[in-house]
Structure formats: C-alpha cells, structure tokens
Design a protein around this ligand. Structure first.
Ligand code: PHE
Length: 371
C-alpha cells in the first residue's frame, strides 16, 4: 500500500473525477487481499486510522488549499470513498480455503455391515453334498449348455423320446445344420455329467454333481423353468441295488432325521435299469397322513436306479476313441447306481417354504429368515 499523498492538479470537475477514480481503484486493489483478520485490521488502520489514516491525510491536504466552492464536492467524494472502504471491511474477500483436516467424530454411531449368508438353496446343496462327502464321494460340475449327446443320446434316450421335444427342452437356436449329437440345448438334468465323469475317469467312481438345470416348464408354486438338482453316481465292482438302498436310506436319515423311513417304487428312466422312485415317510405327520403328503403318509423325493449297460456301452465307445483297448466300463465286471434329486423340493420341505418363487425373488424379508 502506498503512503504518498497524491497531488491534485486542479479542483475542477474532471480533475476531481480522475483523482477519486484513482483512489477508488487503490481501495479496491488493497481490499482484494483481506483474507485474514490481521489483514483486515491493517487495511482499516491504513485507510481509516484517526491520525495517520490515509483518508484523513489526503482529505486534510486537499481541503486545506481548496477554494470554498470546491469544499462541498470534495466532501461528498471523500464520504463516498469512506463508504467504499467500510463496505470492503464488512464483506471481505472470501478467505482462501484452509487445507481440509478430516476430523474423526468418535461419538458418531458406527457403520453396521451385516455379514452376508449363503442363499437357502446354496446352503441346502451344501448340506446334501456334505452328507455324501462323509460317505467318500467327491464333487463334479458340468456345463449348463450341453450337447444332445451328453444330455440324451449317451443316456440311452431314444431319438423320439418325448423329453427331447421342444415342449420340454430349451434348445439353443440355429443348431439344425449340425449332426443331432452335437446340437446344443440347456441341460434338462445333471445326468449328462455322469457321462462326462465316466469318459474322463475309470472306476471306482463316487461322485455327486450339484447344479442348475433348465426345462421348458411354466412357473407355478412348485415348478420353475430353472431349478437345481444333485446327481449321484457310484460305479465299482460288485455294486448292487442293496448298496443303492442303503446309501439313500442313510442320506435321507442324515438330512431329515433318523426317524425317517424310505421306500422304493418301481419306475423308469432310460439310463437306469431297474429304476425306482424313492419316497420318504412324511416329515410333517410322521407317516400318519396329512395335507402335505396327501394323506398317504409318504412323500416322493428322488429318482434312482442301477446304471443301464447301454450307458456303459456309450461311455466305452467314447473312451475307445482315445484308447481302442479300453475296457474300464465292461458291464460284465463293473456295475453302478445313480440317483438324482431336486434341491428346491428338499429346501422347501426342510424350511417349510410353500412357494418355490420365494427362492428367486431376492426379497430380503424372505432371505433374512435364513441368517
Ligand atoms: N435325471 C433324472 C431326472 O431328472 C433323475 C435321475 C438321476 C434318475 C439319476 C435316475 C438316476 O428326473
């Protein structure tokens, strides 16, 4: 800030105009730096100080030699200048933002992060798989987009089997140029992974296969076009239907409680012979009959059977493309059993869920009950 008193060349209107414009500019410039209380106080003293203030010094100097008629216009202009100075003090320039220090407020409530849980379908799958792990089974997985060969042909489904129909199976588009066995579809069951496992591996086999399957089904309270299955396969020497019965009876007791009974009904699957449907005694009424078991005392839960020799023949044909002498799945020497169960159905029974749609809705009010 300058301290010299500017000289006034004359007291006419233009000279005053020019002189005060220069002073106003000087005030504006020095007011631009008023970012701290100290700077404000210096600015105030510099311009308005009672004895040495620049405004007083200039007005004294200029008024002293002013002709009488110039006193009034001078006074008015000094007043305006004073107002400008006072305004600058009232509204100082915005202070330069101080570097932000992030304060930690230890009185704020903490952020609650609720830990996630396994989806009830996933935990049911884990539960079932664990029962079989304890029996020495391992786990295998397979693709959801599958070829006709693995899903149907190698499993002994005849060409015209109704399950192959588009009414039941979701076919991948534009497959007609391919030979039938290579046509792609969404797998309708986990059984194709039986074939994949046996082609890759010689007996003994004890394996469970959890996974998603797809069917061209309308959704209702108990059906969904996408659902989950767990497949089982056991192949070794001297595997009999008794082994199948004992294994599944144990598994159902492990899942639903030791009081549960099982019974096997003749059934049909192209890839097992003989085949059976397994029923368990109703877990809701203990077998005396209720609405849940349609008053029969029994609930049908899974399909199973002894591996059909045609399946071993398909597997052998594939394995011989790699090793023409392969005889690992000779049905004269080895036998096996397979089973398949729906995960949703078991989860609904275990947890008393009445609508399959709850599993897929993502509704937290439903899911939170499993936390
Ligand atoms: N794949 C059969 C189904 O989806 C179930 C099954 C598996 C039956 C293994 C027998 C043996 O219905």
């Amino acid at each position: 800030m300058t301290d010299t008193i500017p000289t006034l060349s004359s007291y006419d209107e233009t000279a005053l105009e020019a002189a005060f414009a220069t002073l106003a500019e000087e005030v504006r410039t020095s007011a631009a730096a008023l970012t701290t209380p100290e700077a404000q106080e210096n600015f105030r003293l510099h311009w308005l100080g009672r004895k040495q203030g620049r405004l007083k010094l200039i007005s004294d100097a200029w008024l002293k030699s002013a002709p009488p008629e110039a006193r009034k216009p001078l006074g008015i202009r000094f007043n305006q200048l004073k107002q400008q100075i006072e305004q600058a003090l009232e509204a100082p320039a915005a202070p330069i933002a101080a570097p932000k220090v992030q304060a930690l407020d230890i009185t704020l409530p903490g952020v609650i992060r609720t830990p996630g849980i396994a989806h009830p379908l996933l935990s049911t799958m884990h539960e079932i798989v664990r029962v079989f792990h304890h029996l020495g089974y391992s786990t295998n997985l397979g693709p959801q987009v599958e070829s006709d060969f693995y899903n149907f042909e190698a499993l002994n489904f005849p060409q015209d089997h109704p399950a192959r129909d588009t009414q039941d199976t979701l076919q991948i588009a534009n497959q007609h140029a391919k030979p039938s066995r290579d046509r792609l579809l969404m797998r309708t069951h986990t059984s194709p992974v039986q074939i994949r496992t046996m082609i890759a591996q010689a007996p003994p086999i004890r394996i469970v296969i959890p996974g998603k399957v797809h069917r061209n089904d309308a959704a209702d309270a108990t059906h969904s076009p996408i659902f989950h299955q767990i497949e089982g396969l056991c192949v070794d020497t001297n595997i009999t239907f008794s082994d199948l019965k004992g294994t599944l009876d144990h598994a159902m007791k492990a899942l639903f409680g030791s009081a549960v009974k099982t019974r096997f009904f003749p059934s049909f699957f192209p890839f097992t012979e003989p085949s059976a449907d397994v029923q368990i005694s109703c877990i809701f009424c203990g077998g005396s009959g209720c609405r849940k078991c349609k008053h029969s005392g029994w609930i049908e839960l899974l399909g199973c059977g002894m591996v059909d020799p045609h399946v071993f023949a398909s597997v052998t044909e594939e394995r011989r493309k790699i090793d023409p002498a392969d005889d690992a799945y000779n049905p004269e020497k080895i036998t096996g059993f397979a089973f398949g169960m729906g995960v949703e159905r078991i989860a609904m029974m275990l947890h008393g869920v009445s609508d399959i749609g709850h599993f897929y809705s993502g509704d937290m009010r439903f899911l939170e009950q499993f936390a």
